[in-house]
Design a protein around this ligand. Structure first.
Ligand code: ATP
Ligand code: MG
Length: 385
């Protein structure tokens, strides 16, 4: 008796003529993710199948599938020949450790197979009751679990009951490419995860201020980026030195605009790098009104220096909901590690909460914006994670 994994997708069903494009991409993403594991991969109308793997690799495969955008659910299944005795054995094996109520649902694509679907369900149900009289009872209306028996035309029968929920969404790469501004905080990794989940492939940019922010702060961002990368089929991180820009702002501009001006530099640099890397959007972890730099006036100020679309997946999320996702994708514990971020260095006592754009532009005119950006581009480190 062999084990297989049946994989189902979700929204791709809604696609029309270009459905093949999404199916092919999802297939490639699954294959790439499992390339180091010995297994076979096949397509069976609107579903995929992983077979012939070592039992010890089962959990590893499951963990990988749970991080692939576009997969809705998967089910571990037992696979036998279209032979009633073998099917019966597999059904009993499947129910061995189960308790509660059940029903058997047989689907017979191989119409030459005897008994019929209805009879097979009744016979198998009877056998289960006879074998496990204490633990199991039949309930056809509202069972605790369903024993699915899928008798296929190619001579194989799949028997399964458990369904594991995955992240759904759309295959990564189906919605273009974006540049995520990733800080060491809670929000930006969540924004990255949500973007990858909707099919946008990500690159990341992080601004650090050595020596004000140390090696540990950078390591933290690398760790967070890696975690986002698990949903993105790997990820590139570009680390930009922000120290001189911050020092210049600190020296030449009113303190209240420190963060506002930093944000404008971040956006400009991110857009330029995004263009170089063929990205079509910038993504941030901003959430409306969360802090002074995320009021609509602050967002207007940072948005006005770029023309590329800026996607803010968390803009209307409450912190509590963001934290819930951060826990789910396992970034929360890393995000709350207490290392400095460049935004906490030179933090003004009273930042402008509603910065006036004319005054911001006037303050910025004291700086050699182009020179500072050009210098930042000479010191970009790239990490392939
Ligand atoms: P996060 O939003 O990631 O939890 P945070 O709340 O400290 O961190 P803010 O300072 O509010 O972040 O910044 C808002 C957004 O700006 C972040 O979500 C991120 O997209 C971007 N950002 C902030 N600091 C950096 C940085 N050092 N490098 C890259 N992007 C940054
Ligand atoms: Mg934030």
């Amino acid at each position: 008796m062999k084990t297989a994994i049946i994989i189902r997708y979700c929204e791709i069903h809604l696609k029309g003529k270009n459905r093949g494009f999404f199916e092919k991409l999802l297939k490639e993403n699954i294959k790439r993710s499992t390339k180091d594991i010995n297994c076979t991969f096949t397509t069976m109308h609107s579903r995929y199948l992983i077979e012939d793997f070592d039992e010890n690799d089962y959990e590893i495969i499951c963990e990988k599938l749970k991080k692939i955008a576009g997969i809705h659910t998967f089910s571990p299944a037992l696979v036998v020949d279209n032979d009633f005795t073998q099917i019966e054995q597999a059904v009993l094996e499947l129910c061995k450790e189960k308790e509660g109520t059940f029903k058997v649902a047989t689907n017979r694509a191989d119409k030459s197979f005897s008994p019929s679907s209805m009879e097979a369900s009744m016979l198998l149900g009877g056998k289960i009751l006879e074998t496990y009289p204490k633990q199991l009872k039949v309930d056809v209306k509202n069972p605790d679990f369903v024993v699915n028996v899928d008798i296929r035309e190619d001579g194989k029968t799949f028997i399964y009951s458990d369904t594991v929920q995955c992240i759904s969404g759309m295959p990564v790469g189906s919605a273009g490419k974006g540049m995520l501004l990733i800080s060491g905080g809670i929000d930006s990794p969540v924004a990255g995860y949500l973007t990858a989940k909707r099919g946008m492939k990500l690159d990341c940019i992080h601004f650090h201020s050595f020596p004000y922010t140390g090696e540990a702060a950078k390591e933290k961002v690398i760790e967070l980026t890696k975690k986002v990368g698990e949903y993105n089929g790997g990820i590139n991180l570009y680390v930009v030195s922000f120290t001189h820009i911050q020092e210049a702002i600190h020296e030449k501009c009113p303190e209240e605009f420190m963060i506002t001006l930093m944000r404008r530099f971040m956006m400009r640099i991110a857009e330029r790098l995004a263009k170089q890397q063929n990205c079509q959007a910038i993504i941030t972890g901003e959430s409306l009104g969360q802090v002074a730099s995320q009021t609509i006036e602050s967002i207007t100020s940072s948005n006005s220096v770029v023309t590329m679309p800026v996607l803010r997946p968390l803009i209307m999320f409450d912190k509590i909901d963001i934290i819930e996702i951060a826990r789910k994708i396992d970034t929360y514990e890393t995000s709350i590690l207490p290392y400095e971020d460049c935004c906490t260095v030179f933090l003004p006592k009273f930042p402008a909460i509603k910065p006036n754009l004319d005054r911001v532009i006037k303050a910025e005119s004291k700086l050699d914006v182009e020179g500072l950006i050009a210098e930042a581009f000479t010191k970009i480190e790239k990490y392939v994670l």
